[in-house]
Design a protein around this ligand. Structure first.
Ligand code: AHR
Length: 308
């Protein structure tokens, strides 16, 4: 249930009319992230905002520095997608004390004091993990023998890695035959996905299923699987999350069997929230993105129209 707006600072519409938005991005680790950054830049331009965009290269310390710099520059609103969930209270309190409203996009923080930010716009990552699990449970409902699953986790400590793991585990425990035999971070990148999959294949020659927390890691793993002489999507069933163009292409080719969508196009909702906050309007404390899922056949059907 969406709670009413909290009491984070509401900021004020700037006197000269030009809204200055400071945005701290996670990095450029994946196709999803590129689409997300493009969406934010395009939407800020369309809204007539001045955007101060900072890339944290997947490091929390860089994000904290960027947020402090935005506070010093007295931007009108700060938005950011936190690399990891923990460790934000001090800098968020500094923004609050400076009277600058903060909006979270894409990833959550675990701060107990929800008055430190106005709203959190993004996906329900636990539900994404559940969707991956439900598809798998259905595929293997008649399995009489153990099904060996390897898991490529996202960035350690990040909301999507924590939640996609827990949502998936919650569902697959319905069937004790579904066993996660190895689970390791691939940091949401293609290169690490490939590297970790290579080591999984060496340690476990009989893998049945790969669950990757994003398309990029899945695509890197596909390279490792092919290099090992196996057929992705057949010898090893592959489930990923995101549904970016490269992932959808691999799904249409049958190399990925199932993709859970995670929508990166958060820019328009963010700009709307910035305007609402500055206008002093009530704003929902949680704005959840609508998403679907794709089998190989479904990916094939929509691939040509996929924008990102
Ligand atoms: O926070 C969203 C996740 O971050 C995406 O699923 C992943 O691709 C990205 O790196």
């Amino acid at each position: 249930v969406d709670a009413p707006a909290n009491n984070a600072s509401s900021g004020e519409a700037p006197a000269d009319g030009k809204v200055v938005l400071g945005f701290s991005q996670v990095g450029a680790e994946s196709g999803w992230r590129t689409a997300n950054s493009d969406s934010i830049k395009e939407s800020a331009k369309a809204a007539g905002f001045e955007l101060k965009f900072s890339d944290a290269q997947q490091k929390q310390e860089n994000q904290i520095k960027a947020l402090r710099s935005f506070i010093q520059q007295k931007v009108d609103v700060i938005a950011f997608s936190p690399v990891v969930e923990s460790g934000w209270d001090t800098v968020l309190q500094e923004a609050k004390d400076a009277g600058i409203p903060v909006i979270l996009t894409d990833r959550a923080v675990d701060s107990k004091d929800t008055s430190l930010y106005k709203t959190f716009i993004g996906s329900d990552f636990v539900e994404e993990g559940r969707r991956a699990g439900k598809w798998l449970v259905e595929q293997f409902k008649d399995a009489a023998e153990p099904v060996k699953i390897v898991e490529l986790q996202g960035t350690t400590g990040s909301a999507p890695a924590i939640d996609r793991k827990s949502g998936f585990e919650e569902i697959i425990k319905e069937n004790p035959n579904l066993q996660i035999v190895a689970s390791q971070t691939g940091d949401f990148t293609r290169a690490k996905g490939k590297e970790v999959m290579q080591s999984f294949l060496q340690a476990h020659p009989d893998i049945d299923v790969l669950y990757a927390h994003n398309d990029d890691m899945g695509l890197g793993a596909i390279q490792a699987i092919e290099a090992a002489g196996l057929v992705p999507g057949k010898d090893i069933i592959i489930i990923t999350v995101d549904a970016v163009k490269d992932g959808m292409t691999a799904a249409a080719e049958g190399k990925i069997n199932f993709i859970v969508e995670c929508n990166p196009l958060l820019g328009p909702q963010l700009m709307q929230a910035v305007n609402d906050v500055l206008a002093g309007k009530e704003i929902e404390s949680r704005i959840v993105t609508e998403e679907g899922t794709f089998t190989s056949e479904e990916a094939k059907a929509v691939l040509a129209d996929r924008k990102y």
